[in-house]
Design a protein around this ligand. Sequence first.
Ligand SMILES: [Zn+2]
Length: 172
Amino acid sequence: MKHLWMALITLGLLCGTTAPAQAAPAVWASKNIYVYDKTPTGHYPVAQAAEYWDNDTKTNVNFIYTRQPCAAGTQCVTVTEVANLAYPAIGKASRHLTNGVVVSATIGLDSKYWKTENYAHERSLICHELGHILMGPGHSTHKNSCMQSINTGDKYPDADDLAKVRSLYKLP
Ligand SMILES: [Zn+2]
């Protein structure tokens, strides 16, 4: 009987902490999203990080890496180096919406981070910021996900991240 009580209490707590339903996050309108890399050559592996999200053939997302400014009217993520991010931030992402639809975005990467961190950490950072560009502000609690809020290793979009992107960007 005692065990049943414990089970009921636990169940009650779990139900009590269920988050309320949230409005669907804003998404991009169409498949092709240009990633305009303005960072200095050799500093950040922007193209390699973009491939992680782009390689999932089950989503309607196509990141197109470019070193050329995006053409007018195209969906564009501009990636730059930025100085003096407030510690402990090493990157930032912001999305610009028109009528509730994402039309462009910017990513800022700390101008010092590439000097002190290894390739895997740099790529994980960019993977993280590109994830925000697609999904909005949420973070993952999974240790192998690049959407974890702490950048501690070689991380990727994990199965849950990709499932979320697939639900937001269904193939037509
Ligand atoms: Zn984040």
